[in-house]
Design a binder for this molecule. Structure first.
Ligand code: ZN
Length: 476
């Protein structure tokens, strides 16, 4: 009898659990929760996938999924973003979003975040590489390896950075790339050989300067750095002709270059040595993939195939994603992966072989948002839509870069945005080949009474604050 009761209650518990499991692991993503720009947002290490995203107050939040047990820890707040506003904002334009975290696990298993920066302030001192903005680039690390419950600040990076990007080599050397200030600033890296406990001084790789076209135009860049093959690091970037003093959103052209970390040298795709920092003039001469003319381009991601050749995507107006590939002798004519006219247009990709590539991209059509595959088996000449890893009516999705070393069941951290809601909180999902990794619904509520507080807020105050922020905005 006793045995039967246990069997019955176990069966009941399983039924309840299955029925009471959510696709998301947390409900406290805030604003533009993730992006492939601040990357990686997640890393798989020793059987655990660690994820980082923007939560309440634009602060960085971290959660951890242990694959063997199917259990989640967190999310926990890992630090404070100086750009965060209180009370909670309800206008998307009120948030800065540049302070989103990028995450890396060092060779000893400690988890690091870089976050909170959008150029810093003149109050922090002289910025030799660029112009001031807001926030403060901040570096935090866990107190213990593999334990996200407690964090401390490591005061060892300049406060001026934004768009932090971690590159980890096989020998555990860490390279922290970032833009050293607001949009009129150099892109730099700092190298650490001691698990990010200290860094060598910044080295500039892309130079900002007054344009040769005239004093009211400024050369600036948006760049994306990641591991190449072996000991190399890729840089893919677009040019930003910034109007001085007013900022404008225009970006154009596509560029590629490669760093050999063994001697810190940079080359173009043909293998010709470059002197850094690269200027607009040297970029146009040596690293240009495509001059886009007046058509606006935006960064995507970049990976290297088994033959050492780069594949890239860049984003173009109207949701168009275009794929670029070096075939060994030249740049193949860019092809459209996803047609224009569809909302959502970002993500990352995997190279299976030089001709076989899978892109994991956000997408929305007919009122349903999804993140799914677009595949080519002919080197990008043609693309076919594959499976969706997540698909929800009334939603769109913010995508991050692929999980570093992620297993097939944990490919990408994404934030879901419900179209009809009166606040900026969003569900967070870790998705892979089996869909979203779920979590018992009872463990997914991390907002406390925030939604009730928002409902009780006088709307005029929130709107006035949003207007003030927009006016003071420093752009990208
Ligand atoms: Zn600008």
């Amino acid at each position: 009898m006793y045995r039967i009761v246990i069997a019955l209650s176990l069966g009941l518990a399983c039924t309840l659990r299955a029925a009471d499991t959510s696709d998301h692991f947390s409900d406290n993503g805030y604003g533009k929760t993730v992006s492939n720009m601040q990357h990686p947002a997640a890393e798989h290490f020793n059987g655990v996938t660690y994820v980082a995203y923007q939560g309440p107050h634009e602060d960085p939040y971290v959660a951890a999924y242990t694959h063997a047990t199917g259990t989640w820890a967190g999310p926990v707040r890992a630090g404070v973003n100086l750009m965060g506003l209180s009370p909670d904002q309800v206008d998307p334009g009120a948030l800065d979003n540049h302070g989103r975290p990028a995450l890396v696990v060092d060779g000893q298993g400690y988890i690091h975040l870089i976050f909170g920066g959008h150029g810093g302030s003149f109050l922090f001192g002289e910025n030799k590489f660029g112009t001031p903005g807001s926030g403060r680039q901040t570096h935090v690390v866990t107190e213990k390896p593999g334990d996200i419950s407690s964090w401390k600040v490591l005061d060892n990076v300049p406060p001026f950075g934004t768009y932090g990007q971690w590159v980890k080599l096989a020998n555990n050397d860490l390279y922290l790339f970032y833009r050293h200030g607001a949009h009129r600033s150099d892109w730099v890296y700092q190298k650490s050989t001691d698990h990010a406990r200290s860094f060598a001084p910044p080295v500039s790789v892309l130079k900002h300067k007054v344009s040769e076209a005239g004093p009211t135009l400024h050369d600036a860049w948006y760049a994306w750095f990641d591991n190449g093959r072996g000991d190399t690091i890729t840089a893919s970037y677009v040019y930003h002709p910034c109007l001085n003093p007013a900022h404008n959103a225009h970006r154009q052209n596509t560029y590629f270059m490669l760093m050999d970390t063994r001697d810190a040298s940079w080359t173009n795709v043909q293998g010709q040595k470059l002197s850094v920092p690269v200027t607009k003039e040297s970029a146009d001469q040596h690293t240009l993939i495509l001059a886009t003319g007046t058509e606006r381009s935006n960064h995507g991601t970049c990976h290297i195939d088994s033959e050492g050749h780069p594949h890239l995507f860049f984003r173009f107006p109207g949701g168009t994603v275009r794929y670029f590939r070096w075939d060994g002798e030249g740049w193949q004519k860019p092809t459209t992966v996803k047609d224009a006219g569809e909302f959502g247009r970002d993500g990352d990709f995997i190279i299976d072989s030089p001709l076989k590539v899978r892109m994991l991209l956000s997408h929305a059509a007919n009122g349903t948002g999804s993140v799914g595959w677009w595949n080519t088996t002919d080197g990008g000449l043609t693309w076919a839509r594959g499976e969706s890893l997540i698909s929800l009516p009334g939603h769109t999705f913010e995508t991050s870069a692929l999980v570093r070393n992620g297993p097939p069941e944990a490919r990408m951290l994404v934030g879901g945005i419900k179209e009809q809601q009166s606040h900026l909180y969003h569900n967070m999902y870790l998705i892979g080949d089996h869909g979203a990794i779920g979590r018992p619904t009872a463990e997914t509520n991390h907002l406390g009474d925030r939604l009730e507080s928002i409902k009780a807020m006088p709307p005029s105050k929130a709107k006035a604050e949003a207007k003030r922020r927009k006016k003071a905005a420093l752009g990208d």
